[in-house]
Design a protein around this ligand. Structure first.
Ligand SMILES: Cc1cc2nc3c(=O)[nH]c(=O)nc-3n(C[C@H](O)[C@H](O)[C@H](O)COP(=O)(O)OP(=O)(O)OC[C@H]3O[C@@H](n4cnc5c(N)ncnc54)[C@H](O)[C@@H]3O)c2cc1C
Length: 418
């Protein structure tokens, strides 16, 4: 019997692991607790808006190489709308100042020498602070490395850190920003192009993967929550899904691609990052379609990023644990007042939906960094994946996909060795 790989969890980590293995002709079965795939990255039809919405806006950049490798494998690169050349428009809600960051070509940011290309109120020398992130120690937080009184901090570093780490700058691990900056801004304009799903997250990241797995003869079982694993002599011998038991044959492998709390409950002795941070999204149905796919960064208000797709405007607030405690009505009114200003719209609060993802990512603090496990475990046929594992990247789609591809690669290497 050919060796089989059982992937637990159909988020982006699990899907990318399964796709990698299926692409090599390996037998794979995916088990997902929910009735749908995608985990924290999915789209669905919302009844309040009568529109397809994403659970939360997801921005990826053209330099995210693991994501693009995955999208190439599942054949959905064309479903992304890419802003080229790269441009990041911002609005300071306190001063009504607007500007657009337009990175130049090449690794050396010559474009910053031009005052017109810089963020208003900033000086060239201040940008060199980025080198402090490159040298940040394991214990340093973002605010300890940067000049927090500067306009550059308020208008760039803080919004960047909060959105990338989903953790406030005073507690976010500073060094974790560096790999992202190096992978994108450090490689020039072509690596910084903002990419958004044209139709929805599932249509780009999830459905094409499920279609490919189906074509390769792999099964995906929904409503299958793994409850426990039988471990004997450092090997998993059985998986229990409540009333259903799946026997694990010698030579079979398991990739556990579930959130940290679920993994810790099933793998004896596994230490995982503690605590999570929320992301709040508010979606508003506009009177008219904007016929564009655009986004805008906010400074100086409650809103952080605004995305418009046809007649839906969606606002994201990261590290939003305080806001998530407020009522949906309060959140909608607060964010709509800022959206209306940004888009020059008047009128009453339109049809809306507030989505609170209370455990959007793990808290990306220095203390949690040493608690991110490797893909390999002490159990010979068990591998871990997920944005919270030790990817060297923040908890993002790029990190999740990197972890899944890595876990899939570990299984492939093991199969080749045996
Ligand atoms: C609102 C929001 C906005 C975001 N914005 C961005 C962004 O702009 N850019 C970016 O790069 N990233 C963003 N992220 C982060 C990104 O979504 C995550 O990093 C990524 O989706 C994590 O994928 P994952 O596979 O590691 O985990 P998950 O997506 O959580 O997948 C885990 C899966 O395992 C399943 N599961 C759990 N327990 C079990 C069990 N016992 N048995 C079987 N299945 C189980 C779950 O149902 C889930 O489907 C955002 C996240 C949120 C919530």
């Amino acid at each position: 019997m050919a060796p089989h790989t059982h992937v637990i969890g159909a988020g982006l980590a699990g899907l990318s692991a399964a796709v990698r293995l299926a692409g090599e002709g390996r037998e794979v079965t995916v088990y997902e607790a929910a009735g749908h795939a995608g985990g924290r990255c999915r789209s669905y039809h919302d009844s309040a808006l009568d529109r397809l919405i994403d659970n939360g806006n997801h921005l990826v950049l053209s330099g995210n190489r693991h994501i693009f490798a995955y999208l190439n494998e599942i054949g959905s690169t064309h479903t992304l709308a890419v802003t080229a050349p790269a441009a990041f428009p911002f609005l300071d809600l306190q001063t009504a100042t607007r500007w657009t960051v337009r990175p130049g070509p090449g690794a050396i940011p010559w474009w910053l020498l031009s005052p017109a290309r810089r963020i208003p109120g900033t000086r060239f020398g201040e940008y060199l602070q980025v080198l402090r992130l490159a040298r940040a120690g394991n214990d340093a937080t973002v605010d300890q490395c940067l000049d927090t009184d500067s306009t550059l901090y308020r208008r760039f570093w803080e919004p960047l850190a909060v959105s990338v780490l989903n953790t406030q700058a005073h507690e976010g691990a500073a060094w974790l920003l560096w790999p992202i900056l190096r992978q994108t801004f450090g490689r020039g304009e072509a690596a910084c192009r903002p990419c958004l799903a044209r139709v929805g997250l599932s249509e780009t990241f999830v459905d094409p993967a499920l279609a490919l797995l189906g074509k390769k003869g792999c099964s995906v079982w929904f409503n299958h929550r793994l409850r426990s694993m039988e471990i004997s002599k450092q090997r998993i011998t059985g998986l229990s899904f409540g009333g259903e038991r799946v026997g694990i044959h010698p030579g079979d492998n398991i990739i556990l691609a579930v959130p940290p709390s679920a993994a810790a409950g099933m793998v004896p002795g596994l230490a995982v990052p503690a605590g999570s941070r929320a992301i709040v999204n508010a979606h508003f149905r506009l009177e008219k379609s904007r016929n564009d796919l655009a986004f805008l960064g906010f400074v100086g208000g409650a809103s952080q990023w605004l995305f418009t797709r046809r007649d839906v405007a969606s606002v994201t607030v990261s590290a939003a644990d305080g806001l998530a405690e407020e009522s949906a009505d309060f959140i909608a009114r607060t964010l709509w007042s800022e959206v209306a200003r940004a888009l020059d719209l008047g009128g009453d609060l339109p049809l809306h939906r507030v989505v609170k993802e209370k455990r959007a990512t793990f808290a990306q603090t220095p203390a949690n960094m040493s608690l991110r496990p490797q893909a390999q475990t002490g159990v010979s046929n068990l591998f871990l994946a997920g944005d919270w594992t030790d990817t060297g990247l923040p908890a993002t789609l790029e990190g999740a996909v990197k972890s899944g591809r890595k876990a899939g690669g570990c299984v492939l290497s093991k199969l080749l060795d045996t």
